[in-house]
Design a protein around this ligand. Structure first.
Ligand code: NAD
Length: 264
């Protein structure tokens, strides 16, 4: 059978190491025949990203800091020069001051509020605009979000506010670009132990809580996010846009879990 991503080219942003959600997605897409370009932040990550790129046969690897418009322009100019057009884009990027991913949301500083919104929200809009200009045959755009956008989760704080804005921007982008055959969705992943997650206060407790209270009674793996990303980025998801799709072992549907061995 023809592979789901055969003949499709696209960019994955936010690969830091083999624990990254971006890596789960990259592997799933590569296994289905996608041609993948990778962008990473800062020279320090280069030596981690290069061997991973080699594993999936990716030769287009570009440094890009999404806080810098010039850096984004350079990235997309490189893509345009090399490929002309693309079919998909994955944005797996978020950032906030670690010092504010604990304690009270109400203490958020104006500087960190703006920085978090800039890197974790606006950057998706900035890359979608540039990617859409390279999608004459339509395409699929994807970002990563978390349940802290919908409900209060301990220590998620300003990042929860940013993810709520990110999810709203997914809907606006879906409407803006839908008439050009471009879809835009988010995956709301359950907690996964990555570099970014380790900055969140009591993250181990959050992992344990999800394991005990989600309908599947376990946490999710980045490869499972990868499989759902494959659905949204391939023709399998052709009728889906503006959606926030939960890959969280069902945690988001639980109001209160029943006692597993009822004795009360
Ligand atoms: P990660 O640390 O592997 O990835 C985060 C990436 O963001 C890194 O590659 C980092 O270099 C990049 N980044 C940060 N600032 C940047 C900038 N200015 N320019 C370019 N890149 C920048 O962690 P991850 O958990 O794989 O995070 C990927 C996405 O998934 C994030 O949006 C995160 O909020 C989201 N997410 C994570 C979880 C989880 O529990 N790990 C759950 C739901 C959603």
């Amino acid at each position: 059978a023809t592979k789901l991503m055969a003949g499709k080219r696209g960019l994955i942003m936010g690969l830091a190491n083999d624990k990254s959600i971006a890596w789960g997605i990259a592997k799933a897409l590569a296994a289905e025949g996608a041609d993948i370009a990778l962008s990473y932040q800062g020279e320090a990550l280069k030596k981690r990203v290069e061997p991973l790129a080699a594993e999936i046969g990716s030769t287009l690897i570009v440094e890009c800091d999404v806080a810098d418009e010039g850096s984004l322009d350079t990235l997309f100019a490189t893509l345009k020069e090399t490929w002309g057009k693309i079919d998909f884009l994955v944005h797996a990027i978020g950032f906030s001051d670690k010092g504010e991913l604990r304690g009270r949301y109400v203490e958020t500083s104006p500087e960190n509020f703006r920085m978090t919104m800039d890197i974790s929200v606006y950057s998706f809009t900035a890359v979608c605009r540039r990617a859409a200009a390279m999608m004459p045959d339509g395409g699929s755009l994807l970002t990563l979000t978390y349940y802290g956008a919908e409900r209060v989760m301990p220590h998620y704080n300003v990042m929860g506010v940013a993810k709520a804005a990110l999810e709203a921007s997914v809907r606006y982008i879906a409407e803006d670009l839908g008439k050009d055959g471009i879809r835009c969705n988010a995956i709301s992943a359950g907690p996964i132990k990555t570099l970014a997650a380790s900055g969140i206060g009591d993250f181990r407790y959050i992992l344990k809580w999800n394991e005990l209270n989600s309908p599947l009674r376990r946490n999710v793996h980045q490869d499972e996010v990868g499989k759902s990303a494959l659905y949204l980025l391939s023709d399998l998801g052709s009728g889906v846009t503006g959606e926030t799709h939960h890959v969280d072992a069902g945690y988001h549907i639980v109001g209160m879990k029943a006692v597993d061995a009822p004795d009360i």
